[in-house]
Design a protein around this ligand. Structure first.
Ligand code: E4P
Length: 200
């Protein structure tokens, strides 16, 4: 069981790190856009500074911000150079052409968190293409009328079979009960926004 924090806010990140319950951080462009305007790279460096202050090996996910697959590969390589953080995961949204991006990054030893997965089949394809983390979006799956815990349970069972080296992360958490449901369904990691952590 690993709890991650779904935030790019420096105060919230430090509040969680100091309490010791967080073992990773996930960000995305929308989360980053809520922070002080300016150079996003400087902001990521500040997050990394906090992670290094509180421990070693704390995973950080940063998402590409282009829809073009070739540019995704270039951005991912740029993140690795610019941030020089050994526990960086590059978030690539799931998609047909994006599976090729995941495969290419795996070949280059860049770890991918395949994000925005909405189904078991998305999870299977992302893992098979070489993602190190597969992120299922709990709240958004619920919004489509599906049983999100059943989706997580099926994905967890399938991904644990065989020799696929992947962790199942559940994001898009909207209620404290989503966290419990996701872990009970077999999630390895649940990433939680700060207000929900406080409610927990
Ligand atoms: C996970 O890594 C994502 O950042 C996140 O949980 C997105 O979910 P939302 O867009 O539904 O808030």
């Amino acid at each position: 069981m690993k709890l991650f924090l779904d935030s790019a806010n420096l105060v919230e990140i430090e509040e969680a790190l100091v309490r010791g319950f967080v073992s990773g951080i996930t960000t995305n462009p929308s989360i980053l856009s809520k922070e002080e305007k300016g150079d996003y790279q400087k902001h990521i460096h500040k997050i990394i500074g906090l992670l290094e202050k509180y421990g070693v090996g704390i995973p950080l996910s940063v998402e590409v911000f282009t829809a073009n697959p070739a540019e995704m590969i270039e951005q991912a390589r740029g993140f690795m150079r610019a941030f020089d953080y050994p526990d960086l995961y590059v978030k690539i949204p799931v998609g047909w052409d994006e599976l090729g991006v995941i495969h290419e990054l795996r070949q280059r030893n860049i770890r991918v968190n395949c994000t925005c997965c909405m189904s078991v089949n998305h999870s299977i394809l992302a893992a098979a293409a070489g993602a190190s983390i597969v992120s299922l979006f709990y709240g958004r799956i619920k919004d489509t009328g599906q049983d999100a815990s059943a989706v997580v349970r099926a994905a967890a069972e399938i991904l644990k079979v065989g020799d696929v080296d992947v962790e199942l992360l559940v994001g898009s958490i909207r209620h404290p009960s989503d966290v419990m449901e996701a872990f009970l369904a077999g999630a390895d990691i649940v990433t939680v926004p700060p207000p929900i952590l406080r409610q927990m």
